[in-house]
Ligand binder design. Sequence first.
Ligand code: SRM
Ligand code: SF4
Length: 571
Amino acid sequence: MSDTVTKSLSDVERIKTASRNLRGTLAESLLDPLTGAIAADDTQLSKFHGIYQQDDRDIRAERRKQRLEPAYSFMIRARIPGGRMTPAQWLAFDAIGQRYANNSVRITTRQAVQFHGVIKRELKTTMQGINASLLDTLAACGDVNRNVMAPASPASSPVFAEVQAAAQSMSDHLCPRTGAYHEVWLDKQKVIDTADEIEPIYGKTYLPRKFKAAFVIPPDNDVDVYSQDLGFVAIVTAGQLIGFNVMVGGGMGMSHGEVATYPRLASTIGFCPPHAVNAVAEAVVTTQRDFGDRTNRKHALLKYTIDTHGLEWFRDEVNRRLSQPLEPAREVGFTHTGDRYGWQSASDGLWQHTFFVENGRVADSESRPLLSALRAIARLNLGYFVLTPNQNVIIAGLSDADRTKVAYLIETFAIGVNSVTPLRGQSLACVGFPTCGLAMAESERYMPDLVSELDALLAKHGIADVPIVARMTGCPNGCARPYLAEIGLVGKAPGRYNLLLGASFNGDRLNRLYQENIDEASIVATLDVLLGEFAATRRDDEAFGDFLHRSGHVSATGTADDFHVAAVATR
Ligand code: SRM
Ligand code: SF4
């Protein structure tokens, strides 16, 4: 076990230890009519139940001036392994969004759904609505294994269903066993005494920090497997799934100016057969449970555990916990991270359609009534929905006749993708203002406008058809995985961003800081020059990120300096 001494444990460790397996005083907090908030310790515990306390930052200052408490509301995140939902579940979520949560359904970068703006007195009813749909929110947040990601496109591979099933199985295997969730939200009676309740994998203090896992089927890298704490890379031979390469230690988050924090690509430690997946996942999770740094939450992630102890040590420790050690990894390669829009057919002859959802926000706008359209499509009760890691929606499993019906609705509601440019289709933005308590700059609300500016540049230089991966976040935590974007924008202050450039198109190389703390005019001016040069000197199908490296505009050191030192700020 780790030699971490009790006195220096982080405060969240104290809260978890005292929580009686995540119960805390959540039930009492919900009953307190004097505030729209819950007790401070409960705000940490509620995360394990998929709930974040937030306040409307657009009106925070005004409320303070009026001596009112912040306009508290709650964000609820559902856990949806592999992003897979039935049409009935989509309809249930749509109804919850309309009734309790800002009239929208927000698809996340991990194939889950978030509801924003739920007020305290409607929290329990909303949670019960989610549960009635046979999905839940347990472990969608908190120091546990989060929503397990899996490839979103059935048409991408004959082993799609097998890999999605593996993701579901691993999600079940690593799910907390506490009865707290059922007691607090579903009014279920305690089945056994809390003192006798056992968390077989996590123990009483769960993990030192959040933990994220994903499955991927090369050559698509839609889940951004290099950004995950734990990645399973499907190895397919002659159409058969023979096993998975195992990757560990990826992560995006960092803090401005804190050089001990940095994004890290996951490293491959071996290969396992399909039946060993849950055992391998448990070995990785328990190694992190036992050796992760519980004294400093900024250093508690798996990537830092690995960098502290070394990759060889980590592999040995994982092997020690397995009945069969990992085998040598197989050769793999990836081509891209984005989604393919429109109609496609899978090897079983069934059809799918991928809808573009700008930054994951499914809502009705005058020009694009997407929420209503998806409602009408779900009401047909055909096939199934898959939420993608690129914040989009796929309707899949459609016969020829089903396709005709769905196509009719796509046309009726005019929600096709004809007007979506390659750049917009590849872009991601995190939520940011007004709900995210950590946002330093706009993200979801601003990215569409910036993409229009950048599209104009691409058109000017005659490269409007070149797909470029651009991602924006409102702070350096990295929720839209901006360090894996060819053009990454990371919020620093209102209207100001760090510009990071040069990740690969297939998601296997990080970008690096190019300019710090710049405004829109500087972002556009800088990219105008670089895109112009790219257009003039591009080799064959060269990607923008690769061009930036070849031309010497970006050179990575492979250290934290890549993200904290703007080597070319004076250009
Ligand atoms: Fe995230 C915290 C939103 C994916 C790294 N993230 C947050 C919070 C909960 C803010 C907070 O702690 O108060 C954000 C809520 C905003 C809001 O109002 O809804 C938030 N993260 C999101 C989502 C919704 C972004 C999106 O626009 O889709 C994504 C939800 C995924 C899900 O369904 O589970 C989301 N977050 C990510 C990812 C991408 C991924 O997992 O593939 C990352 C980078 C990968 C990683 O973890 O390294 C990410 N979020 C963070 C971090 C930084 C952790 C760290 O490295 O230190 C935080 C802050 C923290 O945990 O302290 C954070
Ligand atoms: Fe909030 Fe920062 Fe995550 Fe964006 S990247 S959602 S601003 S925590």
